[in-house]
Design a protein around this ligand. Structure first.
Ligand SMILES: [Zn+2]
Length: 109
């Protein structure tokens, strides 16, 4: 079972208390962007085997959105952090690099 710690209230919640929100750190494209950029923003998502960044909402708790970095194969959670960040915190990246040597953060979009 997937267990994530809410970075706002500190509760260690199982997935039944959470609502998934899809991929995190999407580059948003709006008016004035190209059709291809807007299409990618709406429909194109990563589906990696390994490190993945996701949005979750503590639906049966404080109700706030947060991001989680986890491994889709092992379900290891590298960390959770507020959804208002544009990239993962350095300590989360360091934990991922320690578990998956050679991994590097890249900007999506
Ligand atoms: Zn919470």
């Amino acid at each position: 079972m997937l267990m994530l710690e809410c970075p706002y209230c500190g509760v260690l919640a199982d997935e039944t208390e959470l609502a998934p929100g899809g991929e995190a750190h999407l580059t948003r494209h709006g008016p004035g962007s190209s059709d291809d950029d807007f299409q990618d923003y709406l429909f194109t998502r990563e589906n990696p085997r390994g490190v993945h960044f996701e949005r979750w909402r503590h639906a049966h708790g404080c109700g706030k959105w947060f991001h989680a970095a986890r491994n889709t194969v092992t379900l290891e959670v590298y960390g959770t952090y507020p959804a208002q960040t544009t990239e993962p915190p350095k300590e989360v990246c360091a934990k991922i690099t320690g578990a998956a040597p050679g991994w590097t953060w890249r900007l999506f979009g």
